[in-house]
Write a protein that binds this ligand. Sequence first.
Ligand SMILES: [Zn+2]
Length: 719
Amino acid sequence: MASRSARLALFWAVLIVTAGVTYLAFRPGARAFTIARDPEQNVLLVTIDTLRADALSSYGGLAQTPNLDRLASHGARFTFAHAHTVVTLPSHTSILSGQLPYEHGMRDNSGFRVKAATPTLATRLKARGFATGAFVGGFPLTKRFGLTRGFDVYDDQMPETRGAIEISMPERRADLVVGRALDWIGRQNGKFFAWVHVYDPHSPYKAPDEFASRYAQDPYAAEVAFVDHALGPLLDRVAALPRPTLVVVTADHGESLGAHGELTHGMFAYEQTLRVPLIIAKDTKEAKDTKGAKDTKEIVIDSPVRHIDLAPTVLDLLGLDRDPALPGSSLAPVLNGGDRADRPSYFEAMTYNLVRGWAPLRGVLQGRTKYIDLPIQELYDLAADPDEQQNLAGAQRDRLPVLTNLLRGFNVAPPQRPGRETAEAADALRSLGYVSGRAPAKAAYTEADDPKRLVAIDNDLHKASELTQNGRRDEAIAMLQSVIARRPDTADAYLSLAYAYWESGRPQPAIAALEKALAAGAPDRDIRIRLGLYLAESHVNPGRAIALLEGLSSEDVEALNGLGVAYGDAGRSADAVHTFQRVLALDPTNGLAFQNLSALALQQALSTKGEPARRTGLQDAESYARKAIDADPALPDAYTTLGVVLSTTGRKPEAIDAWKRAVDLDGSQFNALYNLWFELMSAGRRDEAVVYGRRFVATAPPAFFAPDIARVRATLPPG
Ligand SMILES: [Zn+2]
């Protein structure tokens, strides 16, 4: 009890200290902005991913954003709004649920699912008779992650583009998302709640040409300008509806763009990523028609507000009862000029703790004071130092106990560790720049675990991945070895290092790197799977491969696929088949399991002597390969295997087509390249054969293909 009352006393001390600081709720000259409660209005929530608070032109940004500026001109624009976390899925869960991350439990994009019991604006408004539609633009918000509940329609179809490198796009353009939302809105007769999420400002910054060329010096601004352009028709449409619409526009987080050494977002929680734009407006035909008078109507609010206030605000403006379980409070009094409450705000950045075992980042905002609770503590006065250049923690040490106590008033228990993510989801997240994996929690974190000390490690890992993608493997290997020397528990450094060795045809150092990772205590699930696969595929030690993979969960489909391959390589075909069937029982659309069954059936058919068994084996192989392609039309190995079946059964032209598809999807389908050379030569199509032969010779790793390379090279014309 003694410590509890001491904590309360410190908490009140904070309020007294900051009570003397007042924020102008309204800029001079502006008049109060009233949004009347109206149970019959529509609600449109627009979330713009990765939009910095200073990016819109109404906020002083470089990009021209006339549509959102016009919206702000007849609504309220908040200059000091904050997110509670700096990654997409957890932040959107806070926006929609009104709960803090430790309440809804979503701590990262990878390995978490929204709990069925979490009430959101969708579930609440659906229960009140609203039609509900969600239209999302980025992979982290697709259906699998669980924000779907309460929505009649949850539109998350990402277009798939096929090419040599990129298999599918984990995002879709804002104009496509808006188009789907407009179709749906056009079909609504009653009141609706629509959530429109646009992803374009997220990296990579590749706006459509017109915008990219207009902002050639600032590709991020080009994305922001494009998003505003794409949202124009949506804002115009709701303004033209007979029923008024409450419009809320915000971002899930911002973007560092190099500030504090961070390129994108997720590692730190400085203002570049934590502060977000927020516009609340009631869009009606009359409001739109008065746009010429915008200077007199714009309301700018400097009071601190938070994402957790948005759900209570919407409920309040619809005349619905306040939910006492929600930690935030309605902004209606702020909008109407009455409320100057201080609203302390909890925030966190957990990704690097969960994935890499770095110190968890938590903090609290109290007025313009910001405290970041890391092994190297940080304290900023945002009024005097908005860019957080001056850490006052050393000079004003006496203020820290007050702030750590305020933070402890929120929940600071270690976050639950993430669950397994499928290989496909992990790949999609990786392609968006998100790390995934699972590091164990530590009892204590030291200054060596502080992300400020480790930011160079993260940048080097990004550089190494770029070097690998550009074929500069030796430089990548050197950089990854340096990362491992500095931070020996970085699992993704070992995985990238092993991959770089493996792809350059050096299985022994690839395997050694992964063995070293296990010895160094790096988080081990992904490492065990990769090591098991490499041991099995290189036939170095199938027994150890099986032991490693059998030690993983019997529900882990990625591990099971690896185990099946290891059984197959060890000659235990029946165990292999059983294991792939188990994958399909867990995940009936697992293309890789079908492909593995196909490859196994093919291998057996080609090694058998009896004709009926051979014929049955080939039929099975073909049927499994086609099922694999049905399940995953972008699975290159399935086309390679299918090609072998087709060729073996005399369907040569079809075989050639299948292999061409395989090498289109994946330039390192070396078996398909070799087969194309061979079949085209046999068919007398020498010129075509030479093209594939040259590609094979130039790219296939000699460690695996030396005799084949020699055979092909002997037939190639000089030059
Ligand atoms: Zn995001």
